[in-house]
Design a protein around this ligand. Structure first.
Ligand SMILES: Nc1ncnc2c1ncn2[C@@H]1O[C@H](COP(=O)(O)OP(=O)(O)OP(=O)(O)O)[C@@H](O)[C@H]1O
Ligand SMILES: [Mg+2]
Length: 453
């Protein structure tokens, strides 16, 4: 129950209600604005009902326009409320809507057009920046973010909305030596160096009036940084060994997963180039930051629904258990969205049932763990898969009040596997708690019994 619309707005960010009941004193205009805002943030309120003591104070038409599906007269009219709920449920079923099918992955149509999943404030801010930059004449454009946060997705988004029909050419500045990168970018004339047996068109020229994407700009050698700066200032360049000035019409987008300010301080990146690039930076937030956590389940479901890892064979795996989602939400994701995508694809291959469960979520230890390796025995003593599994099973049993069918489904395993694990780990119910079914007679187990209420 919310005291006001602001509180109701907070509630729908964490739960998806089957319907919302508004007190008759709230005007249709306020309800309309509330529903618009909630839907814009991609949260779902499938049906809105207004509850009045007496005759509704506003006209039917106004309620309809506000998105109100029913009017309930009398605060204690439970029978009628029950009927309304049944009608809403039937209507949803007949339109084929269900929890998994109507998932809204994108914050708005523009995000959908570039497949940028997410509804956190961080994603909304990045999208806003992408559109502001794309609609302006800002050139060059800088995109910053850790590895796997979607810098290339953002670069393509800027390109797509600025000049969709022009070329998008990309080069990774870390992948080539200084001389190769220079001739790749600017092109060269025949005879410019020993192996230059013919003229070469550089990427700046190939991009034409489209986009040149300079990935990992921080890795560009300092002498080339100076040449790039000149292109950005003069908007002209010369091929290696050439004498003719060519005009650069392309939008230049540079990306970096390093802290460029620090690179400048440490004399690895030119300060003047940094200031030239850093006009309106698009900053992508890592997945582990609290403000992006809410995107994790959404991204996981999106990758599950759109994965092609099974090569077009019918998708057997169609959902993810709550516990699996919970464990995804707790991981730190040093590889960000790319790592999450890989984990989901691996889980699709590993999963034997139709729901990804904890067993199929295999997350590699993060680099941080590897950089401070501890002796293996010590690590196993402190944390082991077995211990984690035992604790999760105990927790699922506790949460479901020892309803084993439910617990098995939460864990994404079969009932038979659950029985086997309960026996293996000697998990016992606290004496006062009745079980839904008694466990089959077990042999004395070796592990210390774990008592779960
Ligand atoms: N918001 C998002 N919605 C959907 N997919 C995303 C999103 N962000 C990233 N991805 C996906 O994650 C993967 C990595 O994205 P991308 O290549 O753009 O990251 P990056 O920041 O350029 O990484 P790197 O620094 O390693 O080059 C891609 O498969 C991309 O489609
Ligand atoms: Mg990239």
């Amino acid at each position: 129950m919310a005291d006001d619309l602001a509180e109701a707005g907070d509630i729908v960010t964490t739960v998806t209600p089957d319907m919302a009941l508004f007190d008759g004193s709230v005007s249709p205009g306020h309800i309309r604005r509330f529903l618009d805002r909630v839907h814009r943030q991609s949260h779902r309120v499938p049906a809105a009902v207004v509850v009045c003591f007496d005759q509704p104070p506003f006209a039917d038409r106004e309620y309809e326009q506000a998105g109100i599906s029913h009017c309930l007269i009398g605060h204690d009219n439970h029978r009628r409320l029950h009927d309304i709920a049944a009608t809403i449920r039937d209507a949803e079923r007949s339109t084929g809507e269900n929890e998994a099918g109507d998932e809204t992955y994108f914050v708005d149509d523009r995000a959908a057009a570039i497949s940028m999943v997410g509804r956190s404030q961080a994603v909304c801010d990045a999208l806003r920046m992408i559109h502001l930059v794309a609609e302006s004449r800002c050139n060059p454009v800088l995109i910053l973010g850790e590895t796997g946060t979607g810098k290339e997705v953002a670069a393509k988004a800027v390109h797509q909305s600025r000049h969709p029909n022009a070329p998008f050419v990309a080069v990774n500045c870390a992948a080539l030596t200084s001389t190769l990168l220079e001739s790749e970018l600017f092109g060269h004339v025949k005879g410019a160096f020993t192996s230059a047996d013919r003229d070469k068109t550089g990427l700046l020229e190939q991009a034409g009036s489209g986009t040149l994407f300079l990935d990992e700009i921080s890795e560009m050698p300092l002498e080339l940084q100076a040449k790039l700066l000149r292109v950005l200032q003069e908007r002209t360049f010369r091929k290696v060994g050439g004498v003719k000035d060519l005009t650069c019409e392309a939008t230049i987008i540079a990306s970096s997963n390093r802290n460029l300010k620090k690179e400048v301080r440490e004399h690895r990146f030119r300060q003047d180039l940094y200031y030239r690039l850093n006009i309106c930076p698009i900053v992508l937030t890592p997945l582990r930051s609290p403000e992006r956590r809410e995107d994790i389940p959404l991204l996981a479901r999106y990758f599950l629904a759109h994965s092609n890892i099974r090569g077009g064979r019918p998708d057997k795996v169609t959902a993810i258990t709550k516990l699996a989602l919970e464990s995804l939400s707790q991981h730190d994701w040093p590889g960000n969205v790319r790592e999450l995508r890989n984990v989901i694809e691996r889980a699709i291959l590993l999963e034997r049932t139709d729901k990804i469960g904890l067993n199929s979520i295999v997350i590699e230890p993060s680099e941080g763990d590897e950089s401070h390796p501890s002796p293996i025995g010590e690590r196993v003593r402190g944390f082991s898969l077995e211990k984690a599994e035992r604790e999760l099973i105990a927790r699922a049993l506790h949460e479901t009040g020892w309803q084993k069918t439910q617990a098995a489904s939460l864990l994404g395993i079969t009932r038979a596997t659950l029985y086997a694990k309960v026996k293996q780990y000697n998990i016992q119910k606290m004496p006062s708690q009745p079980t839904d079914t008694e466990l089959p007679a077990s042999e004395p187990a070796e592990a210390e019994p774990i008592l779960v209420g």
